[in-house]
Design a protein around this ligand. Structure first.
Ligand SMILES: NC(=O)c1ccc[n+]([C@@H]2O[C@H](COP(=O)([O-])OP(=O)(O)OC[C@H]3O[C@@H](n4cnc5c(N)ncnc54)[C@H](OP(=O)(O)O)[C@@H]3O)[C@@H](O)[C@H]2O)c1
Length: 477
């Protein structure tokens, strides 16, 4: 890996502490870092280099999947410098360029620069423009920009944001983070299907009845109410994570794809995704919100009673929809997606349901379940005869690898960003097409044209979401 400078905007923030520092440390321990790297953390808070290094160490002790090792921690921390920086002040950028250059000379490294924007979206435009104006991003070596979610708050703002980034960076240099793409099971989809003829044979449109993608949480809105009450499940989960999971599942996994081919295939999927027609909005899309209920034996409040939520808010804490991908392969095979807060379980999974070829009593359809989170596993549901009762019972054949040796999503993504592999990042056309699919639904939500279905906290979501599948002869798995 080439030596570089890693410029971290938002070095004092929550994401840096919980995800970015632990990811960097684990990459370092595994030898997946450049021989020489200059990490420059930025923020307005007045800190010294030693203060930042102490904060990084504290974050590692709290959040790293691997214990901090006394023999290497000092060397790791010595790579960090802190630079007091206000992104809104133009003069900060000239000082930053000088600071980066001095450190590059000190370490004798080329001007390869990776900019990580772990800051509020409102700062992104200013930072990108000023990086260019001040020359910070004009390098002889490579330069890359990692941008955090959310990428826009609707179709128009996403386009504006992208236009701004593209004035400075080429699409190949922009890495939009969607951490679901860093999850091992999502990245393993291709290597799961391709070398296994059994699965390849099953992954066939004549065999598949439907695909179900679930991302449910048990937590409520927590401390994020001010953001979440405006975003809802549709912006927080659907436009980005769920549609990315749809794309990754629907891409043909028969042969190994290059990053460019993966990008093209994902784009083709999104181009084939049928918009929800206005007349289908209230039948194909389910908007829900949790009421008070019980989770793990504890009473929990209704969404509308959570602190920071607008009184009488109609915000969606649950979203389900039926999607149709109109291409040769998936035509006629519905994709159902759902996500919700305060559900009965925490689980992200992709379920492929196969057609049944018998209606014999007790026989259920076969399922291939790809569990993405919190555990990672693959299981196949089969019908087995119980000899004592002579009845068929569904049984799961499972394989799981929950070892702590699995790198976290941010580790994988940061590594890819450092080596310049954009396969598991969201490319602009996907993002734009996702917003295009979501926008009419968003507009209908804002106009209250889609009913709001309530569900008790701790349940499996509103009954309307079950009816969505029952109408087609299916149920959620
Ligand atoms: N936290 C998460 O789990 C999470 C998950 C997914 C995506 N994200 C995204 O990641 C980004 C960062 O989130 P976060 O949770 O880390 O936010 P945060 O805790 O509020 O941190 C914001 C960071 O921005 C810096 N900052 C604010 N104004 C600045 C300015 N004018 N100039 C320079 N630095 C400034 C702050 O440093 P100073 O106060 O020292 O200036 C701080 O380091 C956001 O886009 C968020 O949507 C976060």
């Amino acid at each position: 890996m080439e030596d570089m400078t890693f410029v971290l905007f938002g070095a004092t923030g929550d994401l840096a502490k919980r995800k970015i520092y632990p990811a960097l440390y684990n990459l370092y321990v595994e030898g997946k870092m450049p021989e020489s790297i200059s990490v420059i953390g930025l923020g307005r808070t007045e800190l010294t280099n030693e203060d930042l290094q102490a904060q990084v160490e504290e974050a590692l002790n709290e959040f790293s999947r691997r214990d901090v090792q006394s023999e290497n921690i000092q060397e790791f921390l010595s790579k960090f410098r802190y630079f007091i920086f206000d992104a809104m002040k133009e003069e900060s950028y000239d000082r930053l360029r000088k600071y980066i250059e001095d450190r590059e000379s000190e370490l004798g490294i080329p001007d390869n620069r990776l900019f990580y924007l772990s800051v509020a979206p409102r700062l992104v435009e200013m930072i990108t423009t000023q990086l260019d104006k001040s020359g910070v991003s004009r390098t002889n070596g490579w330069r890359r920009l990692i941008v955090e979610k959310p990428f826009g708050s609707d179709l128009e703002s996403a386009r504006e944001l992208n236009a701004c980034l593209k004035q400075v960076f080429d699409e190949e240099e922009i890495y939009r983070i969607d951490h679901y793409l860093g999850k091992p099971m999502v990245q393993n989809l291709e290597s799961l299907i391709r070398p296994n003829p059994i699965l390849k044979a099953l992954w066939d449109h004549d065999q598949i009845a439907n695909v179900q993608i679930t991302a449910s949480e048990t937590v409520g809105v927590g401390s994020r109410a001010s953001y979440y009450d405006k975003a809802g499940a549709i912006k927080d989960m659907v436009q980005n994570h769920l549609l990315q999971l749809v794309m990754m599942t629907a891409v043909h996994h028969e042969k190994k794809l290059s990053p460019k081919q993966t990008e093209e295939k994902k784009r083709e999927i999104m181009e084939s995704l049928q918009p929800v027609e206005p007349e289908n909005l209230s039948t194909h899309v389910i908007r829900g919100q949790y009421e008070e209920g019980e989770l793990s034996g504890e009473a929990v409040p209704a969404y509308r009673d959570e602190s920071g939520v607008t009184e009488g808010s109609n915000n969606d804490t649950f979203f389900a929809a039926k999607l149709c991908i109109d291409n040769e392969y998936w035509r006629g095979i519905p994709f159902y997606i759902r996500t919700g807060k305060r559900m009965n379980e925490k689980s992200t999974r992709i379920v492929i349901e196969f057609k049944k070829d018998t209606d014999d009593a007790g026989i259920v359809s076969n399922l291939l379940v790809i569990q993405v989170n919190p555990d990672e596993s693959i299981s196949l549901r089969v019908n087995m005869k119980d000899n004592s009762t002579d009845q068929f019972e569904p049984q799961y054949i499972s394989f799981s690898d929950n070892s702590s040796t699995q790198p976290e999503a941010y580790e994988r993504l940061l590594y890819d960003g450092m080596v310049g592999n954009s396969t598991y990042f969201a490319h602009w056309h996907e993002v734009e097409l996702s917003w295009e699919w979501v926008q009419p639904i968003l507009d209908a939500f804002e106009q209250d044209e889609v009913p709001l279905h309530f569900y008790p906290a701790g349940s499996k979501g509103p009954s309307a979401s079950h009816e969505l599948l029952e109408k087609d002869g299916f149920e959620w798995n």
